[in-house]
Write a protein that binds this ligand. Structure first.
Ligand SMILES: Cc1ncc(COP(=O)(O)O)c(C=O)c1O
Length: 453
């Protein structure tokens, strides 16, 4: 039994995990093709031939739509703006309530605020980490207009149940599949199982173009509305047949030809990337599946996981040690990360969104309490305890690993699993010496990286 590295022993592995390398020859050639053409954007902010962008943008949208049978795919300059366009497209009015999960990137909820929608937080499923249908039902009022569903970490929410709730209550569904491109839920690709949704193409995602995103929908009217919002809809309303022109003051959310050309090459890699992540994700799951006190992702029949991050649920009662000490001990067995992508483990993921200042003080647009002040009869409270499952995951239970990705081999994943196993084998030694290890500071990979580079 070798001594734990955090207590002065030899670590399991000293050499760095490989970095992620996402761009190759094909992306370079594609970028050069666009630069040579001298047309870096094909959009014009007026109805007509150039309203929906140039050749590369249209091609990019077409190949993604065809592959997954989406009727419409609409590229966008980020998924944050994509979410905003979705909220505008479904016809949110100031004061409408939109049910969202609190355990997600902030944009999943702030998108509602831009149209005066009020985010209402529903708790999440403790094992799936996605919005809990039961909690959605509890939060529905006569003001509820929509649900934002986030397929967190690359695994789908329980869409069948959510579709039924939406149907029974006449609600729209926006799918935030930022972390789940190409993910399958009961044989259906996520993104447009609900009314409208989409993917992020930012630097950290499975495939990326630096920044960017893609809206998908099978609904013609929503697609047209989203396209109008993307490109100064106000200038194009005479050109298109739109019944309801609310929320169609557009913006400039346009994707460039350069991004789209790179995006086409990236998209060609998506299937292999997902396959690799699924292979090494299964390998890691096989190594961890019989450990008491640790819960790994469960994949249902006809569903896939994209492992944007690999989530581990840690039970400190069973293991007799707190999560933060455990993460520090495992991290000490492995090389210090130089980037987020080489960070073996991080705790907590994201602070429940409603604990952020904008919700605590109800200050979003202006200083009058808009949009919450639209419903004078309701006292919206975002206090601690609102979503206890999310809070417990954040504070005590959840560990995420970004190591399940391309560039990481079976051997790399085995080293990671060995580090976990070593700490668990020596858990008593860790418990006896835990007083020497601060459990206060959450291990912050960003600080560790800043110290190291
Ligand atoms: C769940 C989720 N929603 C929304 C976003 C925002 O996407 P983008 O960075 O492309 O604007 C992200 C990005 O991290 C995300 O993970």
């Amino acid at each position: 039994m070798s001594k734990l590295a955090i207590l002065g022993g030899e670590p399991v592995r000293k050499h760095d995990f490989p970095n992620r390398k996402s761009m190759g020859r094909n992306e370079k050639d594609a970028a050069l093709r666009v630069l040579d053409s001298d047309i870096l954007s094909g959009f014009i902010a007026a109805g007509g031939k150039f309203f929906n962008g140039g050749i590369e943008v249209k091609n990019f949208e077409k190949i993604w739509a065809n592959e997954y049978n989406f009727k419409h795919a609409i590229s966008i300059n980020s998924w944050t703006t994509g979410l905003q366009a979705c909220v505008g497209a479904i016809g949110i009015e100031p004061g409408d309530e939109i049910i969202c999960p609190p355990y997600t990137m902030s944009a999943s909820a702030t998108a509602c605020l831009f149209y005066g929608g009020i985010p209402i937080f529903a708790d999440i499923d403790p094992l799936r980490y996605t919005i809990d249908p039961k909690s959605i039902e509890e939060k529905i009022t006569k003001r509820t207009k929509a649900i934002v569903v986030v397929h967190l970490f690359g695994y789908s929410a329980e869409m069948d149940k959510i579709l039924e709730i939406a149907k029974n209550n006449n609600l729209k569904i926006i799918e935030d599949a930022a972390q789940a491109p190409g993910v399958i839920y009961k044989n259906r690709p996520v993104g447009a199982i609900g009314d409208i949704g989409g993917f992020s193409l930012n630097f950290h995602k499975h495939i990326h173009t630096g920044e960017g995103g893609l809206i998908v929908t099978n609904n013609d009217e929503l697609a047209l509305r989203a396209r109008l919002i993307r490109n100064h809809g106000e200038n194009a309303l005479d050109h298109y047949d739109v019944q309801d022109i609310s929320n169609l003051i557009g913006s400039n959310y346009r994707y460039t030809e350069l991004q789209a050309a790179i995006g086409i090459e990236q998209f060609k890699k998506l299937k292999n990337i997902l396959e690799h992540r699924q292979n090494i994700g299964s390998l890691l799951s096989n190594k961890l599946k019989n450990i008491e006190g640790i819960k790994i992702p469960q994949i249902e029949k006809d569903c896939t996981h994209a492992y944007y991050m690999y989530p581990i649920k840690f039970d400190s009662k069973v293991l007799g040690i707190n999560r933060n000490t455990f993460v520090k001990a495992v991290s000490a067995e492995l090389p210090i990360p130089k980037f987020w992508d080489t960070t073996p483990m991080a705790e907590g993921y994201i602070k429940p969104l409603y604990l952020n200042k904008i919700y605590q003080t109800k200050t979003a647009l202006g200083n009058s309490g808009f949009p919450w002040n639209q419903n004078k009869e309701v006292n919206y409270i975002y206090k601690k305890g609102l979503c206890p499952i999310t809070e417990k995951l954040y504070e005590e239970e959840l560990i995420v690993s970004p190591l399940v990705r391309e560039g990481i081999s079976s051997k790399d994943i085995s080293d990671f699993a060995d580090a976990i196993e070593k700490v668990l084998t020596n858990i008593n030694e860790l418990k006896n010496n835990a007083y020497k290890i601060s459990d206060q500071d959450i291990f912050d990979p960003i600080k560790a990286i800043e110290k190291n580079v």
